[in-house]
Design a protein. Structure first.
Ligand SMILES: Cc1cc2nc3c(=O)[nH]c(=O)nc-3n(C[C@H](O)[C@H](O)[C@H](O)COP(=O)(O)O)c2cc1C
Ligand code: SF4
Ligand code: FES
Lengths: 165, 421
């Protein structure tokens, strides 16, 4: 999923270009297509490099500094490569009192990540704590990439990870 | 996907009638259940007439502020000078709240129908449904519903698009939401000007919550008087409300009751009360941004806008967070403060510094390094964070802290007593 080469292969060609144009047609300004454009980059490359930000700036007539300012504001955009499976666990109060921190501990242990935000040595997993995921009645909810999973327990973690090898 | 609890006979299911029914998700299924007739009805009368029905219903915004919906719509210019916009607030990020997600995943067309009726009422050309970035499953469901509606010609001249957020609670604040759609950092804007004059892309704009709009088709079909009559206590609060019950209560879930329903009965009869061997200690009735109630206060609270204010709290978004006697209130209040510190957009000094320092002081207290003067310092910070900033995120951080200090002071004092000098 990661782009490792230093040379930037343009993102907005072929299908991605078509998707961007479809997004741009939805708004009266080019700038408004910025969040959708960044999503397209992240879906294609796994993260958003400085060069990719430059490309986004160019296609939307913005400055690279402006694009970076927006990327840094929103927590879901990755400015650095992350594990193949990016796991976000809610630990805000409602889930917290239902044992969310135990789920995090189980995930850290079974993925081999060790620390929050660190990627496992095999490059597969990154686990982070996030604030309320809007599913508080289904403690503990988490996201594995784009999969929204509810009611995870510490005991359920090994079986869950089996699905993301 | 989690499954909703079976309906309880004391619920008053209007919006949630089809929760848990996979057949209601599709356009065909929605039509079979009477869907899109309200839209047809609304389009056969003038925008003013639709607004009048909603005004008569006394529907108030379900996103947290409780502003009368019909009145809000009537602020939009009658004469169009340029495009009008509707923003649907599906950013649902207030801790304790998970009702909009259920509306969208089980009844996407209920929201879409309400959206199109509102667009007719405010003469909107374009509607943007702002869905928080984490709601990946809901996004796919809404996308499919939009596609079906578009193919079936339901949109008419209206255009409706989804806009995906990217992780920022503050984007649920209506002016931050508009900035986010415009491709900017999600900083709230200073008002005035108000969105009905200068909103999205500088044009007249209305922002409504998902649950507010989901109620609209029912109001159009059954009439404003019918909806206004749904009230168990204060006549100023009408209709039904989805309460997202969560935390240390069994079973959690969304329960739809008539305004004015007793909180005690919601927690003990509709839900099954505390976990075995436990008792309730505290309840936050309206999402994490409102003052905490003790269990005794909660027993006396009626769930409507006025009933909550009477007990010193607010109905907010209807996220009911329950803590039992095993909860460490100091730790949980620190977690809430940390939430606001993390989510502050950092434009206002009182908010940026206040949320950060409140969190630091609470962390210090929890680490056994508290000082007696920290209590006053927390009160002081909270006072400075209330009523002084561009938006109310700052006030929202102070609410649980001040109410927590007032009501669970013994738990703070225990940490202080055991502090290592
Ligand atoms: C910090 C903050 C966060 C908010 N988050 C949300 C949200 O996630 N969803 C929502 O509908 N309203 C949210 N609101 C309220 C909106 O600003 C606005 O009042 C609401 O969307 C209006 O719709 P309504 O009148 O239908 O309730 C938030 C407000 C603030 C100050
Ligand atoms: S109160 Fe906080 S979140 Fe609201 S505008 Fe000011 S700094 Fe931003
Ligand atoms: S607190 Fe965990 S999803 Fe809301």
């Amino acid at each position: 999923m990661h782009q490792t080469t230093a040379i930037h292969e343009p993102v907005f060609t072929g299908e991605n270009r078509a998707r961007l144009e479809d997004e741009m047609a939805r708004y009266p300004t080019k700038r408004a297509a910025l969040l959708p454009a960044l999503w397209i980059v992240q879906q294609a490359r796994g993260w958003i490099s400085d060069q990719a930000m430059g490309e986004v700036a160019e296609v939307l007539d913005l400055t690279p500094a402006y694009v970076k300012g927006v990327v840094t504001f929103y927590t879901m955009y990755h400015e650095h490569p992350v594990g193949t499976y990016f796991i976000q666990v809610c630990t805000t109060s409602p889930c917290n009192v239902c044992g969310a921190e135990d789920v995090v501990q189980a995930l850290l242990q079974h993925t081999g990540c060790g620390d929050l935000g660190a990627t496992s040595p095999d490059g597969r997993y990154t686990v982070i704590e996030v604030e309320c995921l809007g599913a508080c009645g289904f403690a503990t909810p988490l996201l594995v990439n784009d999969d929204f999973i509810e009611s995870v327990t510490p005991e359920g973690v090994p079986a869950l990870l089996e699905r993301y090898r | 996907m989690g499954f909703p609890h079976p309906p309880h006979p004391r619920e008053n299911q209007i919006l949630s009638t089809h929760f848990g029914d996979p057949a209601a998700v599709s356009l065909e299924g929605w039509r079979e259940r009477g869907g899109y007739r309200a839209l047809e009805q609304a389009r056969s009368i003038t925008p003013e007439a639709v607004t009048d029905i909603v005004k008569a219903s006394n529907l108030r915004g379900r996103g947290g502020a409780g502003f009368p919906t019909g009145l809000k719509w009537s602020f939009m210019p009658k004469e169009k000078k340029g495009p009008h916009y509707l923003c649907v607030n599906a950013d649902e990020s207030e801790p304790g709240t998970f009702k909009d997600r259920e509306i969208m995943r089980w009844t996407p067309h209920q929201l879409l129908e309400g959206t199109l009726i509102a667009m007719h009422a405010i003469r909107a050309d374009v509607g943007y449904i702002y869905i928080r970035g984490e709601f990946t499953d809901v996004y796919r469901i809404m996308e499919a519903a939009l596609e079906e509606a578009r193919a079936a010609g339901i949109f008419g001249d209206s255009r409706v698009y989804l806009h995906r957020g990217a992780g920022a609670y503050i984007c649920g604040e209506e002016t931050a939401l508009m900035n986010s759609i415009e491709g900017r950092r999600g900083n709230p804007r200073i008002r005035p000007p108000f969105p009905a004059q200068v909103g999205l892309f500088g044009q007249p704009t209305t922002i409504n919550n998902v649950e507010t709009l989901a109620a609209v088709p029912h109001i159009v079909t059954r009439g404003g008087d019918w909806y206004r009559g749904l009230s168990l206590s204060s006549p100023k609060s009408s209709g039904t409300k989805l309460f997202s019950v969560c935390g240390q209560v069994q079973p959690p879930g969304n329960y739809e009751v008539t305004m004015g329903f007793p909180l005690k009965e919601l927690l003990h009869d509709l839900c099954g009360g505390p976990r075995p061997g436990r008792s309730f200690k505290a309840v936050i009735p309206g999402g994490s941004s409102v003052p905490i109630l003790t269990a005794a206060e909660a027993d006396e609270t009626l769930l409507d806008y006025e009933g909550c204010v009477e007990r010193g709290t607010m109905l907010g978004s209807g996220g009911v967070i329950v803590f039992d006697d095993s909860a460490d209130m100091v730790y949980q209040i620190m977690r809430l403060a940390r939430f606001y510190a993390h989510e502050s957009c950092a434009q206002c000094t009182q908010c940026r510094e206040g949320t950060a320092w409140t969190t630091k002081i609470l962390e210090r207290l929890l680490a056994g390094k508290g000082r007696p003067e920290d209590i006053d310092l927390l009160y002081d910070l909270s006072e400075n964070m209330t009523g002084k900033t561009i938006c109310v995120l700052s006030d929202s951080c102070a609410a649980p802290v001040v109410s927590g200090l007032n009501k669970f002071r013994d738990e703070f004092d225990t940490y202080l007593r055991h502090a290592v000098a």
